[in-house]
Design a protein around this ligand. Structure first.
Ligand SMILES: Nc1ncnc2c1ncn2[C@@H]1O[C@H](COP(=O)(O)OP(=O)(O)O)[C@@H](O)[C@H]1O
Ligand SMILES: O=P(O)(O)OC[C@H]1O[C@](O)(COP(=O)(O)O)[C@@H](O)[C@@H]1O
Ligand SMILES: [Mg+2]
Length: 319
């Protein structure tokens, strides 16, 4: 292995830059050449890439977003698109690829590994929805952003005796909503992995108000429905007036937390070690505080395991 490529793909996540830096610096430390591929799989198909040096990944460890830019690339889902990507990999003499992205990007990387190009995945998504790793890069930063927003919304909710519905990101995953709801003391958390009962939601609002609570916070993961749809349901069921706050892409930005920077550095270095050992189709992650690599395909077949105990606890603590 002489030359490796690195790209970021899918929704950007804080910590991606720190991971790019770690991949590039570790690879250079090991005597490898590193090519940065721009705009994810789109850049791979278009041959939009350049050789990185030590300085090109300087001053990025603290920045949100991704220096290599990201994209969602429908063309890469097709056989023709994947073939074009493979041609570019050959043309640019790239022997192995580090993919930093979410579950979709991982699926894409498996098509390349199956075609003979070893790919290693670094989990980068605020959704925390990659099977086999306890945390993904960006989750901790996004979590803290959401908690900060909940705290601020709570100030105004209390001042006006209001119920707020806060819509949080998470297309198919409720981790961000659940963790932020638990940490922010939300009365109700609605996530895709658990069914909800509207009578129970209303019951909680009413009992809170009976015991003199000055505010109520309901967190809704966007994968279930929008905050305004949920507000309409509450209005229809109990004629309760609410305010809706959609946090949106604020959740994806900002300087990564210390935890995300450290994870990114550990993941980046491990990805290079795994490629150097000649292994493809591996995913990097953290399991029980240990940085590990594991078979990507097998992990996806098993799927993501939801922490139902945490959901139950959030209910018990917000009666
Ligand atoms: N099943 C798949 N086969 C090939 N490429 C895929 C597949 N799923 C996703 N991709 C590629 O990965 C990109 C990012 O996936 P996406 O789901 O949007 O984001 P994320 O990686 O953050 O989950 C897609 O735009 C597409 O190019
Ligand atoms: O960037 P877009 O197209 O607005 O996508 C929004 C989606 O991206 C995310 O922020 C991250 O999801 P991915 O990691 O799958 O890209 C989701 O929480 C959200 O549903
Ligand atoms: Mg995803």
């Amino acid at each position: 292995m002489k030359r490796i490529g690195v790209l970021t793909s899918g929704g950007d996540a804080p910590g991606m830059n720190a991971a790019i830096r770690a991949v590039a610096r570790k690879a250079m430390f090991e005597g490898l050449e590193v090519v940065g591929i721009y705009h994810g799989y789109q850049g791979l198909i278009d041959g939009n890439m350049e050789v990185l040096n030590l300085g090109s990944v300087g001053d990025i460890i603290q920045r949100g977003g991704t220096k290599l830019y990201s994209a969602r690339c429908p063309e890469f889902r097709t056989k023709e698109g994947q073939q074009k990507a493979i041609e570019q990999l050959k043309l640019n003499k790239i022997d192995g690829l580090v993919i930093i992205g979410g579950d979709g990007s991982y699926r894409g990387s498996m098509t390349l590994t199956n075609s003979g190009f070893p790919c290693v995945g670094i989990p980068g998504t605020i959704d925390n929805d990659i099977p086999g790793t306890d945390y993904t890069l960006g989750f901790d930063t996004a979590l803290n952003t959401v908690i900060d927003c909940i705290d601020k919304i709570r100030d105004t909710a209390t001042s006006h005796d209001r119920t707020f519905i806060i819509e949080v990101m998470g297309r198919d995953s409720g981790d961000l909503a659940l963790w932020a709801g638990l940490a922010g003391g939300a009365e109700t958390i609605i996530i895709p992995e658990e069914t909800y009962n509207m009578e129970e939601v209303i019951g909680r609002l009413k009992s809170g108000s009976t015991r003199g609570k000055k505010h109520s916070i309901i967190i809704v993961a966007e994968g279930v429905m929008s905050g305004s749809e949920f507000a309409a349901k509450i209005k229809e069921h109990a004629d309760i007036e609410t305010r809706v706050s959609v946090l949106g892409h604020i959740q994806r930005g900002g300087s990564p937390t210390g935890r995300d920077r450290v994870l990114a550095s550990l993941f980046g270095a491990k990805a290079v070690e795994v490629l150097l050992a000649g292994h493809g189709g591996r995913a990097i992650g953290i399991q029980n505080h240990q940085v590990v690599d594991y078979d990507m395909n097998e992990a996806f077949e098993k799927g993501e395991i939801m922490d139902s105990k945490m959901y139950q606890l959030s209910k018990e603590l917000s009666i």
